[in-house]
Design a protein around this ligand. Structure first.
Ligand code: GLY
Length: 375
């Protein structure tokens, strides 16, 4: 059965969440991002399952499909150049709307193509992973990775439309769905204790086989998007409040970096949320017990709750220095101040510098209490 809800959000563009929406994509695109030409940039694995349905309502003779290999390696200058050259050779002008069909890699890459082609053409985000649905498709961040790190070259470029079809999660592996659950737990932790509690009750079912079929899933996704949208509406360019979306991410990026990106983003975020909650407890910014509440949630989602045994605390601390949130050489953390609330920090920038000794203590305590740490 097809369902379609246009969310009431403080954003300039519509976000639709429902089931079976890919079949209506042509209508939604021509209503909200009408143009002469349409270019769909799709993850090649996603395209095999969904491109035909997604393209059905668009004018065949004025629509192109460009695919990109699945995986983070596609988020690079070479793919950006190949796509933009291909689009220009096809005749794409300012009269072209780019449609991103895929997970976060495709959305960020296609978004950067849209941000830079003719200095910016309209973009439609059609996220197909849970992580992209609740996080990267909303908020206008686009970009590519370089040798120096992830997302270091990019642009803010808001989409004209976001279409979330929960049905496409059917073709996603369970592990990948768990990645998105980590970001949903984060949304509850940073802004909404009720969302956290409601989500917690459903986590084991959402993480398991058939989790994508749960009736409550579209509403939980919509709630997560609404939390993100409220933050982004307040601070689109990440000069203040948007930092709260980086909760758990300083430690997560260090884990990803030291594992050479073998640890998936969602698993790293899960551990980061636990460690940074512990850090917040140790600094007296929140009451004791928060880290255990977060650890319980991530375990319910089948995610790890402690740092990898194979990486030392010193190596993790060293890796935090390459985090892009570091300011004037000091590593910054966006820390929880309780369930559903974040610390504003000493200068009201929603993050604070933390000493290596405090981070080390939080890592040691997190390792001691972890029940299912990363291997
Ligand atoms: N994923 C964090 C943000 O959009 O700011």
């Amino acid at each position: 059965m097809v369902s379609d809800t246009r969310l009431a959000l403080p954003l300039a563009y519509p976000v639709h969440v429902g089931r079976g929406l890919l079949g209506s994509l042509g209508r939604l695109v021509t209503e909200h991002a009408p143009n002469h030409r349409y270019a769909m940039i799709a993850d090649e694995a996603v395209a095999r399952h969904h491109a035909e349905t997604a393209l059905a309502g668009l004018p065949r003779e004025r629509t192109a499909l460009l695919t990109v290999p699945s995986g983070e390696a596609s988020k690079c200058r070479d793919e950006w150049a190949r796509l933009t050259d291909g689009l220009l050779a096809w005749g794409a002008g300012r009269d072209t709307t780019i449609i991103a069909l895929g997970g976060g890699v495709t959305g960020d890459l296609a978004g950067f193509v849209a941000a830079t082609l003719h200095r910016g053409v309209p973009l439609v985000q059609v996220p197909t992973s849970l992580l992209a649905m609740v996080d990267s498709s909303v908020g206008g961040k686009t970009g590519i990775d370089t040798k120096a790190g992830k997302n270091l070259v990019g642009a803010f470029h808001d989409p004209s439309l976001v279409v979330v079809d929960v049905e496409v999660l059917r073709t996603l592996p369970e592990g990948s769905r768990r990645e998105g659950l980590a970001e949903m737990i984060k949304h509850g932790l940073i802004a909404d204790a009720d969302h956290f509690t409601a989500l917690c009750g459903h986590l084991p079912a959402l993480a398991g086989a058939g989790g994508h079929e749960l009736e409550v899933l579209p509403a939980l996704i919509a709630e997560s998007i609404a939390i993100k949208a409220r933050v982004v509406a307040e601070d689109a360019r990440e000069s203040g409040r948007r930092q709260v979306l980086n909760a758990g991410h300083t430690i997560a990026h260090a884990i990803e970096h030291t594992s050479e990106f073998a640890v998936p983003h969602g698993a790293a975020v899960a551990v980061g949320l636990v460690v940074e909650s512990r850090l917040s407890e140790m600094l007296g910014l929140t009451e004791v017990g928060l880290a255990e509440t977060v650890a319980l949630a991530v375990r319910r989602a089948g995610l790890p709750d402690g740092p990898p045994a194979s990486v030392s605390d010193d190596a993790l601390i060293e890796a935090t220095r390459s985090d892009k949130k570091a300011r004037e050489g000091r590593v910054e953390y966006a820390l929880p101040a309780g369930l559903g609330a974040m610390d504003r920090g000493p200068t009201a920038r929603w993050s604070r510098p933390v000493s290596d000794d405090d981070v080390r203590s939080a890592l040691i305590e997190s390792r001691r209490t972890a029940q299912s740490p990363l291997g």
